[in-house]
Design a protein around this ligand. Structure first.
Ligand code: PLP
Length: 389
């Protein structure tokens, strides 16, 4: 990133604008996240590096030293198939106090979401969840000719648990599973522990609930709790976790599911097993480096609070977030605003219908957040009156 720091703001802006013009970039070329993300191949490495990347809820600091070292050391296995893998499955099992038979690895938790879709939705079943949420489960469902029952968020942007229960019961025979993202993406809002319990207690025992805890590690809210205890109790719960966010390994692809054995057994045949030697060792090191995770959590919370406070001082409210992103009410259509940020070298979140006057902003480094604020002030500057006094 030295090349970024060595350029002046003016030449940076000129460079990005020129790159955008030259490459004919459209938002989808640079706003991808998860399934359906457009290829980044059209951006040169230098152009990609120049952007403040606040679009995909990534970890802006990258993996900690301990993880980089473990991955570097594992390079010696690059030419092997049957290599030692650091006992990654056992380590994950230990971490959650479950057995290895309760763990399924995925190339990112994105693979876990797809595997769950294939395991439980094939044959035209339905997934029940809210809208907006992380839509890859819904996209995968439509790809395999299954369906989704998408329930609107409540006016305070929380997930409507009673409605989820009602919709599942009303469609009981057709429901493959219930999808709960906690905290939710794109809002960053949690489902409190008593509501998770309410949901699980009310649903029929043979309807699995997939709880996506991609942003678990960032949460500070006292009413939040991981659902891992339900897996230990043998309840029909699948938890999806990822090393992409708190650990900063999005580009290396490692995630996993923990669930009771019968559910893992149904999912396993659909998993591809394409996880590489390096990231397995990286994952093992990451589980042990809790200090590094604490540091990222603290930096993220501090920068999120600071940015949200600055925006509030300018008159713009955000949805209270527990994650490494926040949703800002901009009181105007988001699509042209995304474009304006892009012109200024800042990538921000894509539109999340029906919240089309909200902007999702990932929390980047302090430098990236300053660049975001500078761009924000330009884009949202009060229009100057042109009429003569
Ligand atoms: N789940 C949620 C809620 C996400 O926001 C994301 C990515 O942004 C994922 C899952 C998939 O992440 P990955 O496949 O990198 O683990």
């Amino acid at each position: 990133m030295d090349d970024v720091r060595s350029v002046s703001r003016r030449s940076f802006m000129g460079g990005v604008a020129a790159a955008i013009g030259y490459l004919g970039l459209r938002p989808e070329h640079v706003f991808g996240q998860g399934r359906g993300a457009a290829p980044r191949g059209r951006l040169s490495t230098a152009d990609y590096d120049l952007f403040a990347k606040l679009a995909n809820n990534e970890n802006p600091y990258g993996p900690p030293e301990s993880v980089i070292k473990a991955m570097t050391d594992a390079m010696k296995y690059a030419n092997r198939y049957g290599y030692p893998d650091g006992d990654i499955v056992q380590e994950i099992a230990n971490h959650h106090k479950v057995k290895p038979e309760n763990v399924l690895l995925g190339a990112g938790s994105g693979e876990i979401l797809e595997v769950a879709g294939s395991a439980f939705l094939l044959g035209g079943k339905k997934v029940v969840g809210v809208d907006p949420t992380y839509a890859s489960v819904y996209q995968h469902a439509s790809g395999i000719k299954a369906d989704a029952i998408r329930l609107p968020l409540l006016p305070d942007y929380t997930q409507n648990i009673p409605e989820m229960i009602k919709a599942t019961k009303a469609n009981y025979r057709d429901v493959g599973f219930v999808y709960l993202v906690n905290p939710n993406n794109p809002t960053g809002v949690i489902v409190p522990r008593q509501q998770v319990r309410q949901l699980l207690d009310a649903l029929p025992e043979d309807v699995p609930v997939l709880i996506d805890e991609a942003y678990h590690h960032f949460v500070e809210h006292p009413e939040y709790e991981t659902a891992e205890a339900y897996v230990r109790e043998g309840r029909p719960v699948i938890i999806a976790r990822t090393f992409s966010k708190i650990v900063g390994l999005a580009g290396m692809r490692l995630g996993y599911a923990i669930a009771p054995k019968p559910l893992i057994d149904r999912m396993r045949p659909f998993s591809v097993g394409s996880i590489n030697a390096l990231v397995k060792w990286g994952g093992v090191a990451a589980l042990k480096d809790t200090a590094a995770q604490e540091k990222v959590k603290r930096l993220n919370a501090d920068l999120r609070r600071k940015t949200v406070a600055e925006l509030q001082a300018l008159g713009y409210e955000s949805i209270p977030s527990e994650a490494n992103f926040f949703m800002l009410s901009i009181r105007r259509p988001v699509v042209p605003v995304i474009d304006e940020f892009r012109k200024r070298g800042v990538l921000v979140g894509r539109p999340f219908p029906p919240m089309l006057e909200h902007l999702r902003v990932s929390v980047g480094t302090a430098d990236e957040m300053s660049r975001f604020m500078a761009a924000f002030k330009e884009i949202f500057a009060p229009a100057r009156s042109t009429s003569a006094a």
